[in-house]
Design a binder for this molecule. Structure first.
Ligand code: ASP
Length: 438
């Protein structure tokens, strides 16, 4: 009799829900109990969650490298590579601009922060960390030392060097063939490592959720409910509206199927708050579940994780209107246009890691003359919003990858339309290790 197995996404989702409940209960009833705080929250949950994030990050650099070499060699032609890159770049900028425009429009209509009581928000301090100027971002695209770029996990530099390297593998012709084949095998192995790490995902996700919610609780949201609510609503509108319309119009694929298959990556993004750490899962979902060819996915997904941040742009749009309302500052149309331009540019130079949205917000505030200290007001709810917006960031990366792949005829619609394609199976070690062929 075939055994009815629960699929991995459902399993992760259930553990995630359990983590949320356990964390919230601890926050509500046991925040003063030293034993629980020391051994569970800062002990077990912290260690397991941190191990899980490290395991994910461990995969990013080797996976992106081998996958990108395969991708470039698979495209096999510099013109096509340039075309894919330009299409992806323009679409990333377009979705970010649409996201923040929608956010500002909704926020101006709802007007969160009007009549806001400063006293209830607590008096957290915010000192703006330095953000790199655009000129430096451009200069930094080229690594002075590729090994250092790999060691630091600097994604744009890694992408730049790996693409250049892979193009040269193509250029040396026959002699480069074994390198391309080697990269292909290494890429297969790394994909298998992703599968193995995914097997412990339910526990990792549980620990991350339990820790975050036992420290944060849901009560923090209350004084900030108008700001939180507007960001959350616009995030949902963008993910289920704008992105899906683009998928339908430009990609001519089923948005529902897309969303269904992106669920695992969204859960990972939500629990890790990092598009970068989620790259292995996004790549896996886009290639194995949506059927996008490695030649497109290997390039567009990590590129998107670094430069495309729709969810973050939405937070910035709403935060700008909110803080302007709280301080009674009228930004006017030109102010808002500057915010849109700045948010789009800021997303290029900042990597997809937790909390980076606040740094970008400081850049935007400086530019339009809003008080940067105002960011202290929204910091309390930022952890939760970071989780939500990262899920939207990752969805945007995958949506654009799908649209570009469709335009380039690099997607298998059979895989895309097969609901079961690429689901994670249990990994079984072969009884006897297959011997390498002589
Ligand atoms: N955590 C987000 C990401 O990794 C960036 C941010 O909004 O802070 O995509």
């Amino acid at each position: 009799m075939p055994q009815q197995k629960m699929n991995m996404t459902t399993k992760i989702l259930i553990w995630m829900g359990c983590g949320l409940v356990v964390g919230s209960l601890i926050n509500a009833f046991a925040s003063e109990v030293a034993f629980i705080q020391d051994y569970l929250v800062n002990g077990l949950f912290h260690v397991v969650g941190a191990l899980f994030i490290s395991a994910l990050k461990m995969l990013v650099v080797p996976l992106v490298t081998f996958s990108l070499i395969c991708g470039v060699c698979g495209i096999g032609d510099i013109n096509t590579l340039g075309r894919v890159g330009i299409k992806a770049f323009l679409l990333f900028m377009l979705t970010t601009a649409l996201a923040i425009t929608l956010a500002i429009t909704v926020a101006v209509v709802v007007a969160p922060g009007e009549g806001f009581d400063m006293q209830t928000a607590g008096q957290a301090e915010f000192t703006a960390p330095a953000a790199p100027p655009l000129t430096q971002v451009i200069i930094d695209l080229v690594p002075t030392n590729p090994i250092a770029a790999y060691a630091d996990g600097n994604m744009l530099q890694i992408i730049f060097f790996t693409i250049l390297f892979a193009i040269c593998v193509l250029m040396v012709g026959e002699r480069g063939r074994s390198i391309a084949q080697g990269a292909e095998k290494l890429n297969d192995v790394m994909m298998e490592v992703v599968n193995v790490v995914m097997l412990v995902a339910p526990i990792g996700v549980f620990a991350l959720m339990a820790k975050t919610f036992s420290l944060q609780g849901l009560g923090l949201i209350l004084p900030m409910i108008s700001y939180f609510g507007v960001v959350a609503v616009v995030l949902v509108l963008h993910m289920t509206g704008t992105l899906m319309i683009l998928l339908k119009l430009l990609g001519r694929v089923s948005p529902l199927m897309f969303l269904k298959k992106m669920r695992t990556a969204q859960i990972f993004a939500f629990s890790t708050s990092s598009s970068n750490a989620t790259i292995p899962v996004t790549l896996r979902s886009v290639e194995k579940r949506l059927g996008v060819d490695n030649s497109t996915a290997s390039f567009v997904v990590p590129f998107g994780a670094t430069i495309n941040m729709d969810g973050t742009a939405i937070m910035q749009g709403v935060a700008t209107v909110f803080i302007a309302n709280v301080y009674g500052i009228d930004l006017g149309i030109s102010g808002y246009l500057t915010v849109i331009g700045m948010a789009v540019l800021a997303s290029i130079g900042t990597a997809g890691v937790p909390g980076v949205g606040l740094i970008m917000l400081a850049m935007v505030f400086n530019q339009v003359g809003l008080p940067v200290e105002g960011i202290a007001l929204i910091m309390g709810v930022d952890r939760l919003l970071d989780m939500m917006r990262t899920a939207v960031n990752v969805t945007g990366d995958a949506a654009i990858t799908t649209i570009v792949a469709k335009a380039e005829n690099k997607i298998s619609m059979e895989t895309f339309n097969d609901p079961a394609a690429g689901q994670i199976e249990e990994v079984h070690l072969p009884h006897e290790a297959p011997l390498p062929e002589k």
